[in-house]
Ligand binder design. Structure first.
Ligand code: ZN
Ligand code: ZN
Ligand code: ZN
Ligand code: ZN
Ligand code: ZN
Ligand code: ZN
Ligand code: ZN
Ligand code: ZN
Length: 1851
């Protein structure tokens, strides 16, 4: 059979081939193979559509491929989700359900699972991941979603063999084609951009093929298992790939295979064939690793020379190498690869191509297949070293790192799998070897200690590998596998591994060395330190924590012992390598001692969790002395840095000090260091330890009794600070119990208290500040239930509030009172502070608490706290408190402070007292015994006889031998003493010897060394060094003198009490004065207070220790105190105190209450008030007050006052802004809900803006354009709102002000060119000046209202005035400065909004249009004011708004302009309103459209027109007359409107029922008018149209006279309100107010003077009371109805819409948001935009109308405007409020500027989560949303938000 033509019908061929196969004579296979030779020929493009089509067809065996997929999917056995995602995907993590910390779920599985109340969060995937749902090795079953919970595998039938048969035969060839392509496309040198392009092309070409494979993986378990078989089969690979395959293609196959071998070799790898040869070489060279080591420059060369020297003892390089070789069991780890199946070679290429995304996704998609997972993991491990090598070389290492971890996390998170590969594939060896290999590439010689004889090598933190953190994928994998118990055990058991690991860790020991600059400021501040800290944390500490987790139980104690042993070995090696003997080099510090820290943390674990004997784990004394040196050096150095002794090293050294104690590092750095020092202190000789501390802190010279001393190492200015540091360190060392007995609970509590005491914290900051135990399985997981419980125990929550000025506070936690009272621990605060000011802040807050609660009024001292019980293993630590050296220091300092020596401070005294008190609280058990044991040796120097502080306190020192400079004051005074009678006595043992700390330390050191028999080797070194030490005698300029002291520590303490209290003899032993009150004897009762409190407490404790102490104190007091104790006074005072305190408490409570009330008030003001925050500086506008004299304005620029005149007008600072707020009003009082599903939608049809648009369009179709433009108002959308801050200025002053702004170099946040400025006085944003109209008071007097004119007279007068306007030129025509300014502001107003919001006329720019725009501006500003008043006028003048209004001025400007328009008197509505006209149907001419019937006209618009076209000043009686006339029309409109709401029967009833009443001639009754209007309108057949069309709309409610009256009132109210406000502004009439909303109608009717005077003020007001017809009512109503009925034919469809008006709108609201942010996020973050139909990268939502836009997207850009900006113009006329979906933040766009407003969604702790970083559930904060809405409605975004920036239309 011939090879089938490619053009043949594919399904047919496929079907026949499949049939051939079933015959099993091998013919099928041969035919297929021939076909595939053709289809998958390497000469054809790799992913040719035709070829792929063939493959699909063949696999489907003649079926449609889609059907085939369907069928295969039915056999899916997998119960895992396994969905693979790439970067930026939104996934979930649930800590409650997760077993592995890496567990993650896709949104679908998360939402379908049950996680309510769990500790979960949403996160944006960085490296990509896969869904773990269904994998019980990673998460608990209870968290599986419904889909993956069922283990329904059994119910699925097994796959029929013939279904997959074709695939089984085809797939090997498909995959081989892929491999061929990968081989062909690769070329080595990657640095060349051309080859890189080639590689990209190769990847692109094969993409369709990989997609096909990916699709296959998605077909479920059946297909995946076929793929697994193909990928893993050795035979298939051998047959196809080795080059013997393919008849006639041999040459190609060979070449292709050679390319593969070349690539293998090019990667520094050896192929399987060459393996045997290379292994021979290995043996010859000793180890393959030599080459690796040899490659590193410095260290490598050194080794070889060492080897030659045969210097065994110091050859660190050699030792390292030797160990390295021992550890590396299999040299093939790094450089040998052998591929046995497709999977292996494909992975090889995937690595080679640096993990192309497509390939990664394909490989990961296969993971749900268990066999594949195992095979793939093994392959991955096999390539591990190669992967890391490629990574180091890669220049896109970030992307590659992410892809690597994307894969490895899936493999290594599974404990079973990790264990398997650890055992079978040496995973641990590979990882450690590769880690070492990586670091070997960037080693430098260590310069620590002995620079010349240092053989230690460390990593160079300046290398890219460390700086870029390139090693993190490897380290993170390592930590991941160590988190599995079985793997960790394996690691701890293998001594070779441990040794290798310690070698690795020691590469970081001492890195990034700092040398103190003593002379000049360092030229270049190296920024390597962060790399160093990151490296220690990630590469050393994190694996340590992972290992420590597994050393928690007794069973593991052997492992701990092993680790400790290896740590000590490594440390010993290190000390040797750096040539360390006993003293650190001065002025050097490294913060990196990972070996020390390993040792410390394993020790701590051993003692705490495994109850091991500490001593069995400790080295000898000499080693302990060495161990303490470097950590102590760091502590001293911290103090030096704080004392500014390292300033010349630049800021970076401060950065290091901060990082060292910072919350993410302290657990792994400072805490182990302090602990190790505590261990050393507990075992070393206390005198040695204490003197070492003072020596390291360089304060030895300060610790002499002399008032002056020789200049020591630190400058005098640093001395005090260093001494403070040293003492503080000792207190810290003795107080801290973090590793010495505190439980995890207690630690967490103490950490939390420390952070909260420094400052109130938000939940997330606190979480971040609490040192994170890096081990996630330890139980202290931040954010867990545990954390929350602790938090609520120590802190109170302060809900988020608004601060004045509109800035929003987040929810905060503040310490409970009891915390301040009992738990506040300054020591803990000091330990955890980065800045000194944080300690101060804690103390200030503490003082505040004491003052507030009346506990203490002065400046308190840090409270002394009792400590957690010390673990007995560390009891020795307390010996420090009972050593002579410390006591001498304490005595000396007490003496110096009491003598006012220089460089002493309160802080020093505080620490001294603290140490004494600690001593008293921790007395040695064998105190009595010890005192008896006193040997001669101890008192040889006559200082103290014993070591117990309790006894030494009362020991009197009479004389002290001191060495002082000859100039010291002692030298002048002392000669007397030396010649005194008791000279001999002085010379004898009674004189304390010169005390030298250095000498003391040296002596002790020698003692220890000598005791240690083993240390013979080192003794010579020590001796050699001896000469270097500054012996006390070697300072010639000092002389020895004897100081008379005669004090004990007790006497000094009592003196200090007097000193501190500022009173002579202030101390009197309390037990003498008040014996019956035992409570006073409890010293811990007195914690809060100053120094005197502390001294008193110490004295009480001392007295309690022994009778002798008590006696001594009494004696001292007797000497200095008058004999009569002030007992009575004290108790009186106490009683008085009590009363006083009670009083104070009462006052405090009242103050608190008042404060609370005012806070509430200010909240209401800032949150709800529509005023600007600067209201208090604003002035009243003069014009709003009617005064007899002319109004005087102050100019805020020149400061002059005067009236506004025609020549020099004054103006109001105003902000003009376009507004569409009113256009967004709706009928319903409930705000629209934001849609959160496809079913929900918002229709814009029911908004006020749309309704008015429809109405004007309808009118324009049938009526004369000019008439239409007077029948409505516009500006609902894009109208201009005018607001002012109330400040006035001369307009010429303003012009020069603008000029100066223009020349100002400072960049303004506003654009001066657009006329923008800020008010010179209150800084409120503004953009124009509104001229003030000069008042003519004489005129006003002339026009005082007189009430006796009849309506007829008034109508006449109005008409006359209206006509005047056409005849007389108005004053504005004569050009003055004022008129120019009025014109200019009118121009500003017009240009504030877009043209489309002005031009409604058919002829663009017609004067009718302008006229419409101007009265609409007046209307809009009135309506907006109404909205600001809450939508009604019930509150009247006392309403919410006392806002400065500029409406009066605005109305003047508008009126002056409107009068310029000559309205043809033929169209003047006044005549039609007040007269019966003859020519009713004159409108129906041939081409002329008729006028708009009066019944269609908008009455408030008519009011504006009539009021603003009257000459100024308008008289009130004329205004009232206009309102009366218009009310009649409005009433008729109301009746007509309601008549349409009746059904036919009702209408008939109403029509007839009133007929009788007509006889009564009661024209005013609504029934009569209703009946009349119904019959009049019936003539035009209007109701018929409505009956047929609108039946469904008719309400079912039955109309009663009461409901009719109510409806009429409601209909008329909007007009009343507008008219009322207009009257208020025109005539400055105070607005009335009423109690209930029902009274509003009557109240306004009275205010507008519509009611007859006869009406009693208490009578109920009916709407028809206000009617006042100038003509027979029925006649004029008939005329109005006729206007409608004569024109109906033309627009019968619209009659209903035009005639039925509904003037009521609810207040503008933003969309209603769902409670939970997730509802929004889930729907919108993957929703496609309707314009570009893509899912936007930054989606945003308009909160006004719900439109979904692409923020910043190029996709939806129109003429350089991005979609968001565009929408802000269309939706809000330049104002837009957008919710950024991916950030949960709201931005506000205002014109060309924008600002980030903040978030209205807060988490459970009242915090924002910008960019959803924490991913915790967020809930709507209604208060904040209300504030947002308020700012929108009141147009105050510009004033309240401060941070505006230009958006350049790019949002
Ligand atoms: Zn899933
Ligand atoms: Zn699931
Ligand atoms: Zn859960
Ligand atoms: Zn001025
Ligand atoms: Zn102002
Ligand atoms: Zn919108
Ligand atoms: Zn879009
Ligand atoms: Zn778009």
């Amino acid at each position: 059979m011939a090879v089938p033509s490619l053009r043949r019908d594919k399904p047919g061929v496929a079907a026949s081939l499949k049939a051939e196969f079933s015959r099993s004579d091998g013919r099928g296979s041969q035919l297929l193979s021939e076909l595939l030779d053709n289809v998958l020929n390497p000469k054809r493009p790799v992913a040719e559509a035709e070829g792929l089509e063939w493959c699909k067809c063949l696999m489907a065996g003649g079926e449609r491929f889609e059907d085939f997929c369907q069928t295969v999917r039915a056999y899916d056995h997998a119960t895992l989700c396994g969905l693979v995602w790439t970067a930026n995907f939104v996934a979930y993590r649930c800590r409650t359900c997760g077993i592995s910390p890496c567990m993650s779920l896709c949104a679908e599985c998360f939402n379908a699972g049950e996680h309510t109340g769990h500790d979960f969060n949403m996160f944006r995937s960085q490296a990509g991941g896969a869904c773990d749902c269904g994998d019980s090795s990673v998460m608990r079953d209870s968290g599986f979603c419904k889909r993956h919970r069922s283990t329904s595998g059994s119910s699925i039938p097994s796959v029929p063999s013939d279904l997959m048969m074709m695939s089984e035969h085809i797939l090997p060839r498909v995959i081989f084609r892929l491999v061929q392509h990968l081989r062909d496309g690769y070329s080595e040198s990657v640095s060349d951009p051309a080859t890189e392009r080639d590689i990209q092309r190769t990847l692109q070409q094969m993409e369709p093929l990989v997609s096909l494979l990916e699709d296959l993986t998605k077909m479920g378990g059946a297909m995946r298992s076929i793929l697994t078989r193909v990928l893993g089969n050795h035979q298939i690979y051998k047959d196809l790939s080795s080059g013997d395959f393919c008849t006639g293609e041999k040459t190609y196959a060979k070449k292709n295979y050679d390319k593969y071998l070349t690539a293998l070799k090019g990667s520094g790898l050896v192929s399987s064939e060459e393996r045997s040869a290379s292994s021979v070489l290995d043996h010859m060279a000793g180890a393959s690793n030599v080459t690796i080591l040899g490659a590193t420059a410095g260290a490598g060369q050194r080794e070889s020379s060492d080897e030659e020297e045969q210097d065994g003892s110091q050859g660190i390089g050699k030792r390292k190498r030797v160990k390295f070789c021992n550890g590396t069991k299999d040299p093939s780890i790094v450089d040998i690869l052998k591929h046995k199946c497709f999977l292996e070679e494909i992975l090889f290429w995937t690595v080679k191509y640096e993990f192309p995304q497509k390939m990664v996704t394909f490989l990961l998609n296969m993971l749900p297949d268990q066999d594949y997972k195992i095979a793939f993991t093994k392959t991955f491990v096999q390539h591990y070293a190669f992967i890391m090598k490629t990574l180091i070389k890669s220049h896109e290492s970030d992307t590659m790192s992410n892809r690597i971890v994307h894969i490895s996390v899936q493999l290594f998170s599974n404990e079973e799998l990790a264990r398997q590969v650890t055992e079978e594939c040496q995973l641990l060896e590979i990882m450690v070897t590769v880690l070492l290999y990586m670091m070997e590439n960037c080693l430098v010689k260590s310069e620590l200690q002995d620079e010349e004889n240092n053989f230690h090598v460390v990593v160079n933190c300046g290398e890219p590998l460390l700086k870029n953190n390139t090693y993190w994928p490897l380290v993170s994998d390592f930590i991941n596998i160590l988190s599995h118990q079985s793997v960790a055990k394996r690691f701890l058991e293998d001594q070779g591994l441990l040794q290798m690991w310690m070698n690795f860790v020691s590469l970081f020991q001492g890195m990034n060395l700092n040398k103190r600059e003593l002379n000049e400021h360092v030229e270049f501040e190296s920024q390597t330190y962060y790399a160093a800290f990151a490296a220690e944390l990630e590469a050393c500490a994190q694996p340590m924590w992972a290992l420590l987790t597994h050393c928690k139980i007794k069973d593991m104690e052997e492992y701990t012992r092993t680790v400790v042993r290896y740590c000590l070995d490594a440390l010993q090696d290190w000390f040797d390598a750096i040539n360390f003997i006993d003293e650190p080099s001065p002025n050097q510090v490294t913060f990196h001692l990972p070996l020390h820290r390993y040792y410390a943390m394993f020790l701590s674990k051993a003692v705490r969790c495994q109850q091991l004997d500490l001593d069995s784990l400790l080295p000898d004394q000499e080693m302990l002395m060495k161990l303490m040196v470097h950590p102590l050096q760091i502590q001293a150095c911290l103090s030096e840095i704080h004392s500014n002794m390292w300033v010349r090293n630049g800021l970076q050294i401060k950065g290091q000090a901060m990082t060292y104690v910072q919350s993410h590092f302290c657990n792994s750095m400072i805490d182990p260091d302090i602990f190790l020092l505590q261990v050393c202190a507990s075992r070393l000789d206390p005198d040695y330890f204490v003197s070492s501390v003072f020596e390291r802190f360089k304060v030895v010279d300060l610790l002499t009794m002399a008032s002056q001393h020789q200049d020591g190492a630190p400058d005098p200015e640093h001395e005090k600070s260093m001494l403070e540091g040293a003492l503080t360190f000792l207190v810290l060392l003795l107080s801290l119990r973090i590793h010495l007995g505190m439980t995890d609970d207690e630690i967490l509590r103490a950490e939390m208290v420390a952070q909260l005491c420094m400052s109130d914290r938000t939940h997330s900051t606190l979480l971040d500040l609490i040192p994170e135990n890096p081990n996630p399985k330890s139980g202290i997981i931040p954010g867990s239930y545990y954390f929350e419980n602790m938090l609520s125990a120590v802190a109170d929550f302060k809900a988020p509030v608004f601060e004045p000025g509109g800035s929003m506070q987040q929810g905060m936690y503040t310490p409970k009172a009891d915390v301040w009272n009992i738990e506040f621990d300054p020591i803990m605060v000091i330990l955890r502070t980065v800045y000194r000011r944080d300690v101060q802040s804690a103390m200030d807050r503490y003082m505040g608490f004491l003052k507030q609660t009346g506990k203490f009024d002065g400046n308190p001292w840090p409270p002394y706290r009792e400590r957690a019980l010390l673990n007995p293993s560390y009891k020795g630590l307390m010996r420090i408190l009972h050593c002579k050296t410390l006591h001498i220091v304490l005595f000396t300092l007490l003496y110096k402070i009491s003598m006012d020596h220089q460089n002493m401070s309160e802080h020093i005294l505080c620490m001294v007292l603290n140490l004494i008190e600690l001593g008293l609280d921790n007395l040695p058990e064998e105190s009595v015994e010890e005192e008896e044991m006193l040997g001669e040796e101890h008192c040889s120097d006559s200082w103290f006889n014993g070591t117990n502080i309790a006894t030494n306190l009362h020991h009197i020192i009479n004389h002290v031998r001191v060495r002082v400079p000859e100039t010291a004051p002692e030298m002048i005074r002392e000669p007397l003493a030396s010649t005194s009678s008791d000279t001999t006595c002085v010379q004898s043992s009674n004189t304390a010897q010169v005390f030298s700390l250095v000498a003391e330390r040296r002596r002790k050191f020698q003692e220890i060394i000598n005791r240690n028999g083993s240390s013979t080797i080192h003794t010579p070194d020590v001796r050699a060094k001896t000469s270097k030490w500054t012996a006390p005698n070697s300072t010639p300029q000092l002389t020895t003198t004897i100081l008379e002291v005669r004090e004990s520590m007790l006497s000094l303490l009592i003196k200090l009490h007097h000193k501190l209290s500022g009173k002579q003899n202030s101390y009197y032993p309390c037990w003498l004065e008040d014996s019956e009150s035992t409570s006073r004897l409890d010293p811990m009762q007195q914690i809060h207070g100053d120094g005197t409190t502390a001294v008193e407490r110490i004295l009480i404790k001392t007295a309690a220790q022994s009778r002798q102490n008590k006696f001594s104190i009494e004696e001292i007091c007797r000497k200095v105190t008058p004999p009569i104790p002030p007992k009575k006074n004290v108790s009186d005072k106490k009683a008085l105190d009590k009363e006083e305190r009670r009083q104070k408490a009462r006052e405090r409570q009242q103050k608190l209450l008042a404060e609370f009330a005012s806070r509430q008030k200010s909240f209401m003001e800032t949150a709800m008030d529509i005023e600007s925050p600067d209201s208090d500086v604003a002035m009243d506008i003069g014009s709003s007050e009617k005064q007899d004299s002319e109004t005087v304005y102050d100019c805020v620029i020149c400061g002059q006052s005067g009236p506004s005149t025609e020549e020099r007008p004054t103006g109001l600072v105003v902000l003009l802004q376009a507004s569409s707020v009113l256009g967004h009003r709706r009928r319903s009082t409930e705000p629209k809900k934001l849609p959160t599903s496809d079913e929900e939608k918002i229709y814009p049809e029911d908004t006020c803006g749309t309704a008015h648009d429809v109405r004007i369009t309808d009118l324009q179709r049938y009526f004369k354009d000019s008439s239409c433009l007077q029948s409505v108002s516009i500006g609902w959308e894009g109208g201009v709102y005018v607001q002012t801050c109330g400040h006035t200025l001369h307009i010429d002053c303003h012009k020069s002000y603008m000029e100066s702004l223009r020349n100002d170099q400072v960049l303004q946040s506003f654009s001066v060119d657009k006329g923008e400025f800020t008010c010179p006085l209150c800084r409120q944003f503004a953009n124009s000046v509104l001229p003030c109209y000069p008042e003519k008071n004489e005129e006003k007097c002339l026009w005082l209202p007189c009430n006796n004119k009849t309506l007829h007279v008034l109508i006449k007068e109005v008409e006359e005035q209206q006509e005047q306007l056409g005849m007389f030129p108005v004053s504005i025509s004569s050009v003055t400065n004022l008129s120019k300014e009025m014109e200019s502001v009118m121009k500003d107003i017009r240009s504030t909004t877009q043209k489309k919001y002005i031009d409604y006329g058919k002829i663009p720019g017609s004067p009718d249009n302008d006229f419409l725009f101007m009265y609409s501006v007046a209307r809009l500003n009135l309506e907006l004011e109404l909205v600001h008043r809450g939508g009604n006028l019930c509150l009247g003048g006392a309403g919410a708004t006392t806002k400065r209004s500029c409406l009066n001025q605005l109305l003047h400007v508008l009126a002056i302009h409107m009068r310029l328009f000559r309205i043809d008197s033929a169209y003047n509505p006044w005549a039609r309103l007040t007269r019966l006209t003859q020519v009713v149907d004159s409108g129906i001419c041939d081409d002329e459209k008729p006028d708009v019937p009066l019944l269609y006209r908008d009455v408030p618009s008519l009011l504006m027109i009539l009021a603003l076209t009257m000459p100024q000043e308008l008289h009130k009686e004329h205004f009232t007359c206009i309102v009366k006339v218009l009310y009649n029309l409005l009433y008729a409109q109301a009746i007509a409107t309601f008549s349409f709401r009746f059904n036919e029967e009702e209408r008939e009833v109403w029509k007839n029922s009133a007929k009788l009443q007509i006889m009564d001639n009661s024209e005013k009754s609504s029934e009569v008018l209703l009946s009349h209007i119904i019959s009049e309108l019936s003539k035009g057949n209007l109701y018929c149209a409505s009956n047929t069309d609108q039946k469904s709309m008719i309400t079912t409610t039955i109309w009663s006279p009461q409901s009719l009256e109510y409806s009429i009132q409601q209909f008329c109210l909007p007009f009343f309100r507008t008219a009322g406000l207009l009257q208020h502004h025109l005539f400055s009439d105070d607005l009335p107010c009423c109690q209930q909303t029902e009274e509003e109608f009557g109240m306004l009717a009275r205010y507008l003077r519509l009611l007859p005077t006869s009406l009693n003020s208490n009578d109920e007001v009916k709407s028809f009371f206000c009617l006042d017809w100038p003509l027979p009512a029925l006649d004029i109503v008939s005329q109005w109805c006729l206007e409608v009925t004569t024109s109906t034919e033309s627009h019968s469809k619209q009659v209903m819409n035009l005639l039925v008006q509904d003037p009521q709108w609810s207040l503008p609201r933003l969309l209603r948001l769902p409670e939970n942010y997730n509802t929004i996020f889930q729907y919108y973050h993957r929703k496609a935009c309707v314009h570009c139909s893509k899912v936007p990268k930054d989606p945003a939502l308009c909160l006004v109308c719900g439109t979904f836009v692409c923020l910043k997207g190029q996709c939806c850009k129109q003429q350089s405007y991005c979609e968001c900006v565009l929408h802000s113009q269309n939706c809000g006329a330049g104002t837009g409020i957008f919710l950024l979906i991916n950030a949960s933040v709201i931005i506000v766009i205002r014109g060309h500027r924008f600002c980030v407003w903040g978030s209205v969604y807060l988490d459970a702790h009242g915090e924002e989560d910008r960019d959803l970083r924490r991913g915790k559930p967020l809930y709507l904060c209604n208060e904040r949303y209300k504030v947002l809405e308020q700012q929108w409605v009141t147009h105050t975004f510009d004033h309240i938000n401060k941070r505006w920036g230009p958006h350049y239309n790019g949002l």
